[in-house]
Each structure stands twice: as C-alpha cells, then as structure tokens.
Design a protein around this ligand. Structure first.
Ligand SMILES: [Zn+2]
Ligand SMILES: [Zn+2]
Length: 137
C-alpha cells in the first residue's frame, strides 16, 4: 500500500497486535476499517469516538486519496474540545488516515487498561513527549 501523501510504499507497524501501515517519510499512519476500534481496550469508548466523527467543512488541508480505492478522502473532525484533530476517512469506509502525531493525540483521550502501551509506543516513535526528563540544566 502506498502513502496517500508521499506515494511511497508504507511499512507494516504493529501496534499492540494490530497491524497498521506506516509511512516512514511523513510519519502518517493508515488504519484499515475496524483497526481503530481494535486499538481501544474498551469497545464502548471506541464506538463513542467513532460516532463522534463529524465531517469537517471548509478545511484548507490538502485532500488525499484512499490508498485502497484512490477516492478522495473526507476530512473528519475526530475529537472536539480545545484541539480538534482533523483526520481523513475514505468515503467508502476502507479506513482512516492519520497525519504524523494525530493518532496518538486521539488515543490520548481514551482510557486504556494496558498501561497505554500503544500511546507509549507512538510517543516514542514521534518523540512528542514534552515531559521528557532530558531538558538539561
Ligand atoms: Zn508519507
Ligand atoms: Zn477507499
């Protein structure tokens, strides 16, 4: 499968036993339909998140195409609150595209009973954690 942004082949990234596709160039992650739900330990919470998805109107972000059917994906607001995350969803529901760091932002809103292994992994990957203890003196 090719990255919808860079068109480079993506690599398989295993997140807590869920095989996702990851672009090493732009850091984006593709989740097939149902995989987001699998990442959540609590299916009710996953359902809540998915049902809260709203189409985003008038977003200037460049549309990208579904790596499976090549249809233009829809911009979706994946979480309300102070920092909405805009993700891309295939109109035929093949899956979801997360730009670099977006998946961890969304997962960070959930609760996990597995020590947030997925979030830890993503955070390490993108080195986004501002609370690292290596601030120096
Ligand atoms: Zn890419
Ligand atoms: Zn598609």
């Amino acid at each position: 499968m090719d990255c919808p942004l860079c068109k480079n082949p993506m690599v398989v990234l295993e997140l807590d036993c869920v095989e996702t596709d990851y672009c090493t160039d732009c850091g984006g992650i593709w989740l097939d339909a149902g995989e987001l739900e699998m990442l959540f330990a609590d299916s009710a919470q996953a359902g809540e998140l998915v049902s809260s998805f709203k189409p985003a109107e008038g977003i200037a972000e460049k549309p990208c195409r579904c790596p499976i059917c090549l249809k233009k994906m829809q911009k979706i607001i994946a979480s309300s609150g102070d920092k909405p995350v805009i993700i891309d969803r295939c109109p035929k529901e093949h899956g979801l595209w997360f730009d670099r760091g977006e998946l961890s932002q969304i997962l960070a809103k959930g609760t996990f009973d597995k020590e947030r292994k997925v979030i830890k992994l993503l955070t390490e990957m993108f080195n986004q954690n501002g609370n690292e203890e290596n601030n120096g003196n």
